[in-house]
Design a protein around this ligand. Structure first.
Ligand SMILES: *Cc1c(COP(=O)(O)O)cnc(C)c1O
Length: 457
């Protein structure tokens, strides 16, 4: 089919939708390092993990050989409500940039959670339901994950307890109301409802909370309440597995039109959208069937891949979770408060960390004012108000397209547009008022946090 026949939006029919998730680890020669028990430093067993997570999800977490996991029919039916997500040919952005590059983006913001998080939330809630559980607990920072999980739980009739970082709880009251509308209970963290929360409040009554602290509270409640388990919205292998639906749909749509991307770009917080988008393409690269450039984009204020260390670390600041080998800034690293652009996690998916370490993927970091400049350009020509997180990928996609303008290369660029920014208007306001600034941690800041890494090898 000729180039100019490519529609502005490429959708798939129900028959064309993926029927199985793809497990990228099956095609990796160097598998991601196992999670370790922090007390014994031995790999976590399924039995140990099942005290915290649903049994079927533990299986998915530990399986690095099975390439495909069938998507249960009930989840496929739920996906039909908001999937396929559109693959958009960014004709208007290409025109604006006057670039010979062809730009595509996969837009995951067309659901009430406003992000890709719903793809894994429904899967995790489904396995909890089928295990006969009463409910799940989780933490949320900005709120997209908590919203996605409350939607999935209400659909399946599960109870959902969300621990929301206190400053977000106060700054984003509307996110909280969306979650409550879906029936979730939302508790500002740290709270008096848990031992760990009470301890933190005793030490620092005025704390505004952190993701690490909210994780510790959610885990405590899950482990201590019969019929409950804990679920997590990023970082874990199981989440990357579920998010492979993004990449699989993209690949099917591109193959249909004979389009092959040269470079694939995604923002990286814990790595779930990027891992999902690149999965089938990376699989081809690992099997030697095709070659692609992959670029992970992170904020300059929280640069785990580009400036962190590949080492075992805690997944949370409370140090209750297993140790994971990943690119990390240290679990005690706290990004500057002036950073509004999301992607504030100190570590990175173990799978993506291994791929980056082995040279299969590149990484770059960008400053938040440059990110919001890209968001503004994009919003004005493509119409969608992008999430600040997603705008990291937009920034680098624009930069790659501008390079093509200089060299005259007609590269095909694909990026993940993970969500919308309607709950980030405070950050947009700062940008519009010219009051947004950049913050880059010093080498000494990073060294100080890395100093506190647990001593493993
Ligand atoms: C959570 C989130 C991200 C970052 O998470 P990953 O696990 O790295 O994908 C990016 N964009 C949006 C809109 C999000 O909600």
């Amino acid at each position: 089919m000729s180039e100019n026949k490519i529609p502005y939006k490429i959708y798939l029919s129900e028959d064309e939708m993926p029927k199985a998730w793809y497990n990228l680890r099956a095609d990796m020669t160097n598998k991601p390092a196992p999670l370790l028990n922090p007390a014994t430093l031995q790999p976590m067993t399924a039995q140990e993990l099942e005290g915290v997570f649903c049994a079927e999800l533990v299986k998915q977490e530990l399986d690095d050989t099975t390439p495909f996991f069938e998507i249960p029919q009930e989840i496929r039916d739920f996906y039909k409500m908001y999937r396929p997500s559109p693959l958009v040919r960014a004709y208007c952005l290409e025109e604006k940039l006057q670039t010979p590059a062809k730009i595509y983006y996969k837009f995951e913001g067309n659901n009430t959670s406003g992000s890709h998080k719903l793809n894994s939330a429904i899967a995790q809630a489904y396995y909890a339901k089928h295990q006969g559980l009463k409910g799940v607990t989780t933490e949320t920072g900005a709120g997209q994950w908590g919203t996605a999980l409350s939607m999935a739980c209400s659909y399946l009739g599960l109870d959902c307890k969300v621990y929301m970082v206190k400053c977000s709880y106060e700054q984003k009251p509307f996110r909280r109301e969306v979650m409550r509308t879906y029936g979730a209970s939302v508790t500002p963290s740290p709270s008096n409802t848990t031992a760990v929360g009470r301890k933190i409040l005793e030490r620092d009554p005025n704390t505004t909370g952190s993701l690490g602290c909210a994780i510790s509270e959610a885990v405590e409640v899950a482990v201590g309440t019969p019929g409950y388990r804990y679920v997590l919205g990023s970082v874990l292998n199981q989440v990357l597995l579920h998010q492979s639906v993004i990449g699989l749909e993209t690949k099917i749509a591109m193959d249909k039109y004979g389009v092959k991307p040269d470079v694939i770009i995604g923002c990286a917080g814990g790595g779930s959208n990027l891992g999902g988008l690149i999965a089938p393409f990376m699989g081809e690269k690992l099997r030697g069937e095709a070659d692609y450039r992959f670029i992970a984009v992170e904020p300059a204020s929280c640069p785990s891949l580009t400036r962190g260390k590949y080492a075992y670390d805690f997944c949370d600041t409370g140090a209750v979770c297993p140790l994971a080998k990943m690119y990390t800034l240290g679990s005690s690293f706290i990004p500057s408060a002036n950073h509004a652009g999301g992607l504030r996690y100190h570590g990175m998916s173990t799978t993506l960390s291994q791929l980056y370490h082995d040279g299969y993927m590149e990484a770059t970091s960008v400053e938040q004012t440059k990110v919001f400049e890209a968001a503004e350009v994009f919003a004005r020509v493509e119409g969608i108000l992008p999430a600040p997180e997603s705008s990291h990928a937009i920034r680098v996609a624009i930069d790659e397209a501008l390079k093509c303008k200089e060299t005259g290369e007609e590269k095909t660029i694909l990026f993940g547009l993970t969500g919308t920014g309607y709950f980030d208007l405070y950050a947009y306001q700062k940008f519009n008022d010219g009051q947004m600034s950049d913050y880059i941690p010093t080498d000494a800041d990073i060294a100080a946090a890395l100093e506190k890494l647990p001593k493993v090898e």
